[in-house]
Design a binder for this molecule. Structure first.
Ligand code: SF4
Length: 176
C-alpha cells in the first residue's frame, strides 16, 4: 500500500518519509498536556491521562520500522489570524481521520499520531461511556511526548513556512 500517495489523496499537503529511530519521547513535552492550554486534558479518550502513558507509547512505537510525516499547510493573514488557523486545524483533523479510516480498515499494522485531540464526535463520551471508535482513535504527537518541530527538523521537513502560512503536523508509523 502506498501510504504517502493515500495521504495526499486524503488532503494532506506534505507526506514525507520519517525515520522512527529519530523519535524521542520526552516527559517534559508530555507534561505540557497537563497545563491544559488546549482544554482537552482529561476531557477526551485520545488525550492524557486516558490515552496511555509515555512508557506505553515508547513501547508501542518501538515495534515499527517505517514512518511518514504528514502536514496540512494552509494560508493565514498573519500569526494573529486565529480563524484561519482553526480552519486549517479542522481540515487537518479531517485528513487525519480519513487516512485513519482507510489504514485501520485495511488491516495494515499502523500507529498514528495526530496534531490535536480527537474530534470525531461532536461531544466526546469521556469519561461517562466507552469511546465510540476506539480502533480509529490515536493520541497527538505531543501527548506521546514528541517535540514536533524537532521531529520535523530531524527528518528534513519544514515546520515553519512563514507568517502567512500555518502547518499542522501528524505522523504514521507502520510495518508493511
Ligand atoms: S471517537 Fe468520539 S468518543 Fe472516541 S475519543 Fe473521539 S470524540 Fe471521544
Amino acid at each position: 500500500m502506498d501510504i504517502k500517495q493515500l495521504a495526499l489523496e486524503c488532503g494532506f499537503t506534505v507526506a514525507e518519509p520519517m525515520n522512527p529511530a529519530t523519535l524521542e519521547f520526552m516527559q517534559d513535552v508530555r507534561a505540557m498536556c497537563a497545563a491544559d492550554r488546549c482544554q482537552s486534558y482529561n476531557r477526551n479518550w485520545a488525550c492524557p491521562p486516558a490515552c496511555g502513558s509515555l512508557e506505553d507509547f515508547i513501547l508501542r512505537a518501538a515495534g515499527y520500522r517505517k514512518g511518514i510525516l504528514l502536514q496540512t499547510v494552509g494560508d493565514r493573514e498573519d500569526s494573529y489570524d486565529f480563524e484561519a488557523m482553526m480552519q486549517v486545524q479542522e481540515e487537518n483533523s479531517r485528513h487525519f481521520d480519513a487516512l485513519a479510516d482507510i489504514l485501520v480498515s485495511s488491516g495494515i499494522d499502523v500507529f498514528m499520531m495526530s496534531a490535536g485531540t480527537c474530534t470525531r464526535c461532536r461531544k466526546c463520551t469521556y469519561p461517562d461511556a466507552p469511546c465510540r471508535f476506539p480502533e480509529k482513535v490515536f493520541p497527538s504527537m505531543e501527548a506521546c511526548g514528541l517535540f514536533v518541530s524537532k521531529v520535523c527538523k530531524d527528518n528534513g521537513v519544514p515546520y515553519y513556512y512563514g507568517d502567512e502560512k500555518i502547518a499542522y503536523t501528524c505522523c504514521v508509523l507502520y510495518n508493511d
